[in-house]
Ligand binder design. Structure first.
Ligand SMILES: [Zn+2]
Ligand SMILES: [Zn+2]
Length: 206
């Protein structure tokens, strides 16, 4: 009888211990995952079709305040986007984001052979050429390239003239943006402190 009681107590004790440990491991894993929310850096870019710069003159190309909320973290658009009014600054909010991802989020298409905009598909042919200039270097493959902090990319479709001038007109202020929070209160440039991460880990609404 006495032994049976002890066993029951033991079972109860280890059950509770197991639940507490399980919860702590779960919360700990969440706390370390919160680090991803700290990813935030910038790149510069410009897109020209036949000598005309695409100015992205529509609010749909930009992320608004609500897309920066906690629930939006799982939205692919949150990972990489622009904020009004800068049409030359790419905001990267996650790891492993490529130039192809960015163009997909704009509703455009980017492969190494063609760029698709609201005006159609532009690919090599008829004396026209698609050129990528990344950090002053011509590159042939860009779509699957991870966007790096401070990158400067020119995508140019045309007869191949004036590319240097257009590249030089891209503002190089990506590093400047790395030091300030986003206009729409997206996660700022600051990294999360341990207590902030714990707080977020235990806040199961996000
Ligand atoms: Zn930003
Ligand atoms: Zn943002």
């Amino acid at each position: 009888m006495w032994l049976k009681d002890l066993n029951k107590k033991r079972v109860a004790f280890f059950t509770v211990l197991g639940i507490v440990l399980g919860f702590l491991i779960f919360a700990g894993a969440r706390a370390s995952l919160q680090e991803d929310h700290g990813t935030h850096y910038h790149a510069n870019f410009a897109l020209y079709i036949n000598g005309q710069q695409d100015k992205f003159d529509n609010f749909t190309f930009y992320e608004e305040v609500q897309s920066c909320s906690a629930e939006a973290q799982n939205n692919p658009r949150h990972r990489v986007h622009m904020h009004q009014p800068e049409n030359h600054v790419v905001h990267v909010h996650a790891d492993g984001v490529t130039w192809g991802h960015f163009f997909a989020n704009l509703g455009y298409g980017l492969t190494n052979k063609a760029v698709t905009t609201d005006d159609g598909v532009f690919a090599d042919g008829d004396g026209k050429k698609l050129t990528f200039f990344l950090n002053r270097q011509p590159v042939t493959s860009i779509a699957n390239k991870v966007i790096e902090s401070g990158d400067s990319l020119l995508i140019d479709y045309g007869d191949g003239t004036g590319i240097d001038e257009r590249y030089n007109q891209i503002p190089s202020d990506a590093h400047e943006y790395n030091t300030k929070p986003d206009p729409a209160a997206c996660s700022g440039a600051e990294t999360l402190t341990f207590s902030e991460r714990l707080k977020r880990a235990f806040d199961f609404t996000n």
